[in-house]
Write a protein that binds this ligand. Structure first.
Ligand code: HEC
Length: 190
């Protein structure tokens, strides 16, 4: 009796194992054959795409950069003066802004205008003329005039429209004003 039972139990386990293996094989077969063809399995594979590096997409018409846009500004002297009357300085001359302007001035401007803005940079006389940014003529100009000159350049002065952000250009204006204030204080104490 016990023998029959053991035998039966053995058959049970084998049958169960067989059906489990069969199920696994069946599922595997189903997966390999059909599952990949289900619509939700390759929805990221089939998609419109461009070969890498084949095309830079132009922005949609009317797109505006997240940093905003500026009205066009000319490098002509009369236009820069007009810009000075029209454009207000939106960046407070905080110590942070002046410090940032100082760092940028050393990189982009000092070679012509000199470390202290006196118009005595290394390139002056050899390659180009320069302006003493502390001169009264420039002190009397509006912030917008300085800004427009930095953005669009002058007759000789290069434009920094593409090299610097709007805020960086205003930081430079604030730093030039800071240099001019130092000069004004020096004039008074003499
Ligand atoms: C290649 C030399 C050169 C460099 C670099 C340069 N400038 Fe000038 N800058 C000039 C010259 C020359 C002028 C005189 C105006 C002109 O070019 O017509 C000038 C004029 C100016 C003026 C207006 C003053 C005026 O004469 O009416 C300002 C403000 C000024 N520069 C600021 C800067 C700042 C800020 C930088 C750096 C971002 C800078 N410049 C970089 C050469 C230079």
């Amino acid at each position: 009796m016990a023998k029959v039972c053991r035998h039966r139990a053995g058959t049970d386990i084998r049958t169960r194992l067989c059906s489990l293996v069969g199920l696994a094989l069946g599922l595997g077969f189903f997966y390999v054959t059909f599952a990949h063809a289900l619509p939700w399995n390759d929805d990221m594979y089939w998609q419109p795409e461009l070969e890498a590096g084949t095309a830079a997409r132009p922005p949609v018409a009317g797109s505006v950069p997240t940093t905003g846009i500026e009205p066009p500004m000319s490098s002509r002297l009369t236009e820069r003066i007009k810009t000075g009357l029209r454009v207000r300085n939106p960046v407070e001359p905080t110590p942070q802004s002046i410090q940032n302007g100082e760092g940028l001035f050393r990189i982009y401007c000092a070679m012509c205008h000199g470390e202290q803005g006196r118009g005595d940079g290394q390139m002056v006389g050899k390659v180009v003329p320069s302006s003493d940014l502390r001169a009264e003529r420039i002190r009397n100009q509006k912030d917008g005039y300085l800004y427009a000159t930095i953005r669009s350049g002058g007759l000789v002065m290069p434009a920094y429209q593409h090299a610097l952000s709007t805020t960086e250009r205003w930081d430079l204006v604030n730093y030039v004003r800071h240099l001019q204030q130092q000069e004004a204080q020096r004039d008074q104490s003499q």
